[in-house]
Design a protein around this ligand. Sequence first.
Ligand code: AOF
Ligand code: ZN
Length: 397
Amino acid sequence: MRRAFYLARLGKGSVSPNPMVGCVVVYRDKVIGEGFHHCCGQAHAEVHAIEAVLQGNVVVNRLMRETGLTPRGLLQESTLYVSLEPCSHYGKTPPCANKIIDNRIPRVVVSCGDPNPAVNGKGVAMLREAGVEVIEHFLEEEGRRMGRRFFTNVEKKRPYVILKWARSADGNIARKKGEPTPITGLVAQTLNHRYRTEEDAIMVGTGTLLADNSRLDARRFDGKQPVRVSMDLQGRLLASLQSDARTSVHFFDGRLQSFLFVSSGILEDYISLMTQSVCDWQRVDKESPAVLFKHIRHATGFRLIPVPDTLSADRQVPFYLEQLHEERIGSLIVEGGTELLQSFIRSGLWDEARVFASPETLPGGYPEPRLPEAVRRVEDKVLDGDILHIYRNSGIG
Ligand code: AOF
Ligand code: ZN
């Protein structure tokens, strides 16, 4: 089963909003087939593992010679280990439970039940009705931890939320508010970019977007780029775009899918700026906001999401998460600034905090967010000169 977990993780970053799932077929203590869910919309883990046996491989070929059995014969005496309950529904692919039954695999060991209402016990029931022996809840805690993004999405109806910031030894995130300050070294930055490839979206507040002109991409690591998310509730970003002084905002460069939450009061201003900018496109300078908005019109995934003006401050985080869940964002890294991070902490709607700590100090600097006393630090990773502290909020994972 641990091998199945390992395989499942190979799908990290490309299966969302589907779960990472791994599967191993074992004939008399020998692994004869392995598989994992590679990509949302494609074949499930069980299909890959079973097909690996049917299509033959070195181990299968040797066992065929030794036992005189065909690949189908081997499957009929094998145990299938899978990290998630085999599905029972026709989604983008047919039910895995049928595939197991049709191939007459006599025994299935499952780590976690699938909470998806379309499955939710039906997969195991189908197998048992067909006479398959099923062992459930095997290494379940580890399985739930591995699949924590998916379980959070289905059970809590929101993305899995990771808070991230970098702090100096004296607990500051910048020399002063609004002043971008490099804190950690290259190893930490590269690891952070790798983390960005593993999640669906990355979010920063208006202040950080303006101060850092964040690119919010994963340019230091090869992999999938996250969706960028930010907000403009008071029109500060809009004012900055309208002013001639502002030359380019990476968030609007059209390279990556981006969502901007804007208060409904200024939605019209955004739309008219966009439209007008496109009309005037030929007449404006290369670096003006018009150019930025031309890109927006051509970028496939730029989306303005209106935030009701009446929304109280304590409803903002739940609102963002509801909307992102609807957009099928399965996991979100919140990277600052302190105010946005603190509002996530206050809401309790977060799962994990990754705090990169540098040995350098920033006396009199702008302070980091504060986690509640009860939050557990579960891991420290020593990087080159820096340390990554990982905290876990209660609940899944
Ligand atoms: C499995 N094995 O490897 C995965 C499962 O749209 P579909 O057909 O891909 O179905 C997606 C749902 O199937 C997903 O929400 C989850 O309930 C289950 N995922 N099940 O037996 C797998 N990825
Ligand atoms: Zn399936």
